[in-house]
Design a protein around this ligand. Structure first.
Ligand code: GLC
Ligand code: MG
Length: 533
């Protein structure tokens, strides 16, 4: 494998500008010890799958000590591994083995909130109102003159219900997510100091970068004033399925002070080496506010959720491509692209499911992989997995538990690796995984798809192999072509890309066909994309 040396190649210190990053949702990737929950040794054992697939890096969701109320996004100790997932030595092994295979490792950092079991929060509860311990979080009293049961303001949790929980002595603490995830007060200097230590801790262990959770959070308007809710608007927007953007007044998100934090992190990353990066999860309201996170002295990338939110239409895909490239151009940042993650409906299902959903998913993926910048893949999309309709008694997402609305469990079902019935080699033996897998997944396993050259997995592998030959050298300029209302078409370097979002076949442009997302015979059928040379 010619890629073995990449990790140490100084020419590729900006590897992330062109990388394909594969998201590993740790609970659901691979289980080594038969408890039905994925873990770090499970990931290490399956790294060859990622190297064979041809990705450049993996991003691993939180595996730190956590009571798991939000499956690891509630961190009780940022500098240790939860026993559910292994040990620090297992993390070291994973990083070392990944690097041997030429894969970079990005870990998740959760700075907006801790777990309610973090030692700071326990100390805050014990110390009482007015204490320095409480001042690391956002504890407030009920507003003066209002009845004792009135929360300090009208904010709602992203996961539903009020964003405040009252403790025994009558004070309230803010949690923009679950009540087990108290928000930190980033105006308290102890908080940034703690996270600088956490960054250094993981950089010293050899990680190549960080995915910054809720990067647009951290600071709230200091007054903690009420949010002005427009009629018909949802009171809070922020993550996951809650992507309807009706609210414009957001005193809880995207405050200017947050950028100073990212400037300091930039310096810490630079000290650790020229090739360390950070990518922001920032659900901001505009492309301009998004671009602010990737100014030259801040973070390196931010997820481009507009691509994931685009409808199945040439007009919306083309619009997102053009506006994304324009927004990063002036600041020389690298764009990113993403179609699925652990918070949203899998894109096969979003595009309608079944054969047509899969055809569209493959076509959108092929289009994405030709674009400059980096692409983020979510585990299982290379198998063409659909969103699973998880039975109510098996749902575990805190947003489901708080609201009763179907949550995010359906995109988090454990990966089928082999065999013909559950657990499909997810773990050893017959132990069933933490979310049950569907009975009809036998044809979708990694093992089954490896034997089939027309499988979705083979398609991803071909696409990534061909991409590697041109994407790192083709430059970042894209020229949009006019190929009719239903077609997205552009050139980048030597490659021409066409995506047919319409209902009738269209002419293929001149050139040698490098790869198509489905069968083509002279023309490009609906729901299909192609790369030509
Ligand atoms: C991010 C994560 C999501 C988590 C939330 C709270 O949006 O992607 O999974 O629930 O932050 O940490
Ligand atoms: Mg396990």
């Amino acid at each position: 494998m010619g890629r073995m040396a990449d990790v140490n190649d100084p020419i590729r210190s900006d590897w992330w500008r062109h990388a394909v990053v594969y998201q590993v949702y740790v609970r659901s990737f691979a289980d080594s010890d038969g408890d039905g929950i994925g873990d770090l040794p499970g990931i290490t054992a399956r790294l060859p799958h990622l190297a064979d697939l041809g990705v450049d890096a993996l991003w691993i969701t939180p595996f730190y000590t956590s009571p798991q109320h939000d499956h690891g996004y509630d961190v009780a100790d940022y500098e240790d591994v939860d026993p559910l997932f292994g040990t620090l030595a297992d993390a070291d092994d994973l990083i070392a083995r990944a690097h041997e295979l030429g894969l970079r490792v990005v870990v998740d950092l959760v700075p907006n909130h801790t777990s309610n079991e973090h030692e700071w929060f326990r100390a805050a509860l014990a110390a009482g109102p007015g204490s320095p311990e409480r001042a690391r979080y956002l504890f407030r009293d009920s507003p003066e003159g209002k009845p004792a049961g009135t929360p300090p303001n009208n904010w709602s949790s992203v996961f539903g219900g009020p964003a405040w929980t009252q403790v025994d002595d009558g004070q309230w603490y803010l949690h923009l997510f679950d009540s087990s995830q108290p928000d930190l007060d980033w105006r308290n200097p102890e908080v940034p100091a703690m996270f600088e230590g956490v960054l250094r801790f993981w950089l010293d262990r050899g990680v190549d970068g960080f995915r910054v959770d809720v990067a647009h959070g951290l600071f709230k308007e200091a007054s903690l004033r009420d949010q002005v809710v427009e009629p018909g608007g949802t009171p809070v927007s922020g993550a996951g399925e809650m992507v309807e953007r009706k609210v414009t007044d957001e005193p809880m998100w995207d405050q200017p002070e947050v950028h100073e934090v990212y400037r300091s992190w930039h310096r810490i990353l630079d000290e650790a080496g020229p090739d360390r990066m950070a990518v922001a999860e920032a659900w901001t309201q505009t492309v301009e506010s998004m671009a602010a996170f990737v100014r030259p002295d801040e973070l390196d990338q931010t997820f481009n959720f507009a691509w994931l939110l685009a409808d199945w239409s040439a007009e919306s895909f083309s619009e997102v491509i053009t506006s994304t490239l324009a927004s990063v151009e002036s600041i020389d940042a690298a764009p990113t692209w993403v179609l699925s993650n652990h918070d949203v409906m899998r894109h096969v299902t979003r595009y309608g499911g079944g054969a047509q959903g899969l055809a569209r998913a493959r076509a959108a993926t092929l289009t994405m992989l030709a674009l400059p910048g980096s692409s983020y893949l979510y585990q299982g999309e290379e198998l063409g997995l659909e969103q699973v309709d998880v039975a109510p008694e098996d749902r575990q997402d805190p947003s489901y538990l708080r609201t009763g609305e179907v949550g995010r469990d359906g995109c988090r079902v454990p990966i089928p690796w082999g065999g013909t019935e559950a657990p499909y080699a997810f773990g050893p033996g017959t132990a069933q995984p933490w979310i049950p897998q569907p009975a009809d997944w036998a044809p979708l396993t990694v093992e089954a798809q490896a034997a089939d050259p027309s499988s979705t997995m083979a398609f991803y592998r071909d696409a990534l192999r061909i991409r590697r030959d041109f994407a790192w050298t083709a430059g970042e300029d894209v020229t949009m072509l006019d190929a009719g209302d239903d077609v997205v078409a552009f050139t980048r370097g030597p490659v021409t890309v066409v995506l047919n979002c319409g209902t009738t076949p269209v002419e293929l442009p001149e050139g040698e066909l490098l790869l198509a997302s489905g069968p083509v015979d002279g023309t490009l059928p609906p729901d299909t994309a192609a790369w030509l040379h």
